[in-house]
Design a protein around this ligand. Structure first.
Ligand code: SAH
Ligand code: SF4
Ligand code: F3S
Length: 473
């Protein structure tokens, strides 16, 4: 069982939130406005979920929130390390913040947290090059943010807490959810898979599962607040429960969540193909609230490349699992992650990836160009293909997949979909936007009173990334 942060440790953090709140109240009186925080998130849903907790703690500290760094007294970047471009974006933003802080004669607190700074060489780089940063804390220090922030606001010297650990579980961190109607709920943290290209296991620690009781209680609280769509989150949800004393696995957890009154829809991610069990497929097919949607990254279609990636399945094993899922759940929405240009990948190997895409006909693919990550085994390998060849393959993959996505979307035209209305469309004020069971985005005209409700929408037009429709009732 993973170490659990004790009530006393959490109480200590509460006392720091109260101290900051007191100071922020004085600030509000003397400045005629509240102290403002701005948070920016890079990376995956796990990070989005962490930011919700950061914002929850900041709210308890008495901060108000702004979207623009220029208006903020406190800026927090929650960072991602999975690819180099995610890191470059953050360094770029830090460069801009340096000027803003100088213009304000230093009157700004800057914090950088998350996966990127959990790497020692990055923390060193920040210390050396970006000395306008006041606070740096890694993924394992998230629950300690109030104490660290208090220190950073009072010390002249930057505060660093990037202590590495296998990871603990901290329950009851205040959380401010992005959406009122749908929420991410972490069921486990960390990863034990060590795919040879991936930094996640190094920055997120070992796999550790939350007790099912804690998960169910969090979901019940969310339902009380008006939330009806729950997305269960973990780097490899199929390993859920292996480290617990309870008699539980992910399939059983899905069945428990399915029983919670007020929950209407359940989604989850991510599943690792090697651990996708028949029990899970059965639970998906039998639980009425579990959406017919599965994200199952295959990464590459060539067996040698898969072996060098340390993925523990072959192309045929992957395709066999897809066949089983399609048989049990014929209307399943399938998505996947693919890496193009793994160091030893040749043009012929890449053709095997295209073959898998054409055979499975995914609804959506998230494709990435391989990015070398310091400290991972693949970082030592030499490249077979040139950058130009890799980009050519990447563009070809997009072309092949876009045609499939469009074809799959076309099949929705004329059908009536149940849509959870999430808000107004970004492009047009008069248009509402939401997701149907399979998670495709549906845009349609309707009154804003419908936000947060489930409505029937007839699909009239398919785009590559979304569907357009009209209210059916
Ligand atoms: N735990 C999840 C995904 C984690 S990261 C899983 O295993 O499916 C999300 C995706 O980023 C991965 O699926 C992979 O496709 C991609 N990725 C990870 N490391 C990468 C790297 N070094 N370069 C390019 N893409 C990478
Ligand atoms: Fe990375 Fe592999 Fe773990 Fe996913 S399963 S987070 S790709 S190491
Ligand atoms: Fe997620 Fe990026 Fe960290 S993908 S787990 S935020 S390295």
């Amino acid at each position: 069982m993973a170490e659990v942060i004790t009530k006393e440790q959490m109480n200590e953090q509460c006392s720091f939130m109260a101290k900051i709140k007191e100071e922020n109240n004085i600030f509000a009186i003397t400045h005629g406005r509240e102290r403002r925080a701005c948070t920016k998130t890079y990376g995956c849903q796990q990070n989005e979920n962490d930011t919700e907790r950061i914002r929850g703690m900041l709210k308890e500290c008495g901060f108000s929130f702004v979207d623009d760094e220029e208006e903020a007294d406190l800026v927090i970047y929650n960072t991602c390390a999975v690819r180099e471009n995610a890191e470059q974006k953050v360094f770029g933003r830090l460069g801009i913040l340096k000027h803003i802080k100088e213009e304000r004669h230093g009157d700004m607190t800057i914090a950088v947290c998350g996966c990127m700074v959990q790497q020692e060489h990055i923390a060193k780089q920040i210390k050396k090059v970006h000395n306008h940063v006041d606070l740096v804390f890694g993924t394992h220090a998230l629950y300690r943010m109030p104490k660290l922030l208090y220190e950073a606001m009072h010390r002249k010297k930057a505060v660093f807490d990037i202590e590495n650990s296998d990871g603990a579980i901290a329950e009851d961190i205040p959380t401010m959810h992005e959406s009122k109607y749908q929420a991410w709920v972490s069921v486990m943290f960390g990863c034990n898979n060590f795919c040879s290209y991936c930094i996640v296991p190094y920055v997120r620690g070992r796999e550790r599962s939350r007790k099912s009781e804690d998960i169910i209680n969090e979901i019940k609280e969310l339902v009380k607040g008006g939330c009806s769509e729950i997305s269960l989150l973990g780097q490899n949800v199929n390993s859920y429960g292996k480290d617990l004393d309870e008699d539980i696995d992910f399939a059983k957890l899905l069945r428990l969540v399915n029983e919670v009154e007020g929950v209407e829809r359940i989604r989850f991610m991510t599943s690792h193909p090697k651990d996708l069990s028949d029990a899970l497929i059965d639970a998906m097919a039998e639980c009425d609230k579990v959406c017919h949607q599965l994200h199952l990254p295959f990464q590459a279609g060539n067996d040698r490349v898969l072996r060098e990636m340390n993925r523990h399945y072959t192309r045929d094993e992957y395709l066999e699992k897809i066949r089983r899922i399609k048989k049990k759940i014929p209307d399943i929405f399938l998505s996947s992650d693919v890496i193009v240009g793994f160091p030893t990948e040749t043009n012929e190997d890449f053709e095997d990836t295209i073959k898998v895409i054409e055979e499975v006909e995914f609804d959506h693919i998230y494709s990435f160009i391989y990015s070398r990550r310091e400290g991972t085994p693949a970082a030592k390998l030499d490249f077979v293909l040139t950058d130009e060849e890799i980009h050519k393959n990447f563009n070809r993959l997009l072309e092949v997949q876009n045609a499939i996505s469009k074809r799959k979307n076309d099949a929705y035209v004329g059908t009536v979909q149940t849509v959870l209305v999430e808000g107004k469309s970004i492009k047009d004020e008069n248009v509402l936007s939401g997701r149907c069971d399979s998670s495709k985005i549906v845009n349609f005209k309707g009154s804003p009173d419908l936000i947060g409700k489930y409505v029937k929408v007839k699909v009239t037009q398919a785009m590559t990334w979304s569907l357009n429709g009209e209210l059916a009732e």
